[in-house]
Design a protein around this ligand. Sequence first.
Ligand code: ADP
Length: 163
Amino acid sequence: MTRAIYPGSFDPVTYGHLDIIKRSSTMFDQVIVGVLNNSAKNPLFSAKERVDMLKKATEELVNVEVICFDGLLIDYMKQNDISVIVRGLRAITDFEYELQIAQSNRKVSKETVDTVFLTTSIEYAYLSSSIVREYASYGTDVSDFVPEFVVEKLKKCFRISEA
Ligand code: ADP
């Protein structure tokens, strides 16, 4: 049984992330979506909110589980018997960083961990959580980028912070 982890900030989850989750769920026995709880990043949504949004968006995918982790990814993987990291590649700009992380994860895990890259579906190639946050903060409609319930959460979030 191969268990894979798809780690990220998911602040918030976008259709680009969901595309990678759906595609990887057909490739592995189990896909764990790992929400990185990194307080240094000062996220818009709390780790719990990001986990809840991902759970809702993936509820129909039976072999997908959403968890929250902090600390080193490879430590979490070791403790939970996970051998594959899934990452999405949008553009060449993602590649350099991803290559470095993948190679160092392989080295420090003593070659027990591998990274699998899925290239973005062309319609989501430009999409990132930061673009979504930026547009939403100006009241621009982001319903092409994120599920409807995320649109509502973003609206609430920016209305509250404007008050
Ligand atoms: P971002 O804030 O850039 O959306 P995350 O840290 O949440 O990114 O990203 C988690 C993973 O999802 C990374 O591997 C990232 O490259 C990938 N990813 C993000 N957006 C997309 C997209 N539109 N298409 C494919 N992969 C994506």
